[in-house]
Design a protein around this ligand. Structure first.
Ligand SMILES: [Zn+2]
Length: 141
């Protein structure tokens, strides 16, 4: 049940921007909801555990009761920006070596360096390339 898209990735090598083709796996709506619900239930579970404890049961459970849904929403919104997986290939503009990117659980921007020449780069964004437009080129006769 993965949501995989063809995309181009914005990779910035110190001002030189490349747009290599990439495969990106996005979290599904259900995966994001599950993460949010898990955080919410975690807070309520911890709040429930404090119920038999004197004094603390006056403080933490009421806070947890309110904070649970908020934390769940926060986790849900944050997981929307998370990318499950990025696979891309590009050639380093400094040393011309081929780089293979295999990243999991990424939130952008993400920074790394070329393993060959240590040129630093940042991945800033991506845009979807619908498979149909790749096949239907207007330049073809
Ligand atoms: Zn390099």
């Amino acid at each position: 049940m993965e949501h995989q898209v063809s995309a181009s990735l914005e990779v910035d090598f110190g001002g030189k921007i490349l747009w290599p083709v990439a495969k990106i796996v996005l979290p599904t709506q259900w995966q994001m909801l599950k993460k949010g619900l898990r955080a919410w239930m975690g807070v309520w579970g911890a709040a429930a555990l404090c119920l038999p404890v004197p004094i603390i049961h006056l403080v933490f459970p009421p806070i947890g009761l309110i904070a649970g849904p908020f934390l769940g929403l926060l986790v849900y919104l944050r997981s929307k920006k998370m990318i499950e997986r990025i696979d891309a290939e590009l050639s380093c503009p400094r040393c011309s070596q081929q780089l293979e990117l295999h990243l999991t659980a990424v939130s952008l921007p993400s920074f790394d360096a070329c393993p060959h020449c240590k040129a630093g780069y940042g991945i800033y964004s991506w845009k979807q390339e619908p498979a149909e437009t790749l096949l239907a080129s207007p330049l073809q006769p």
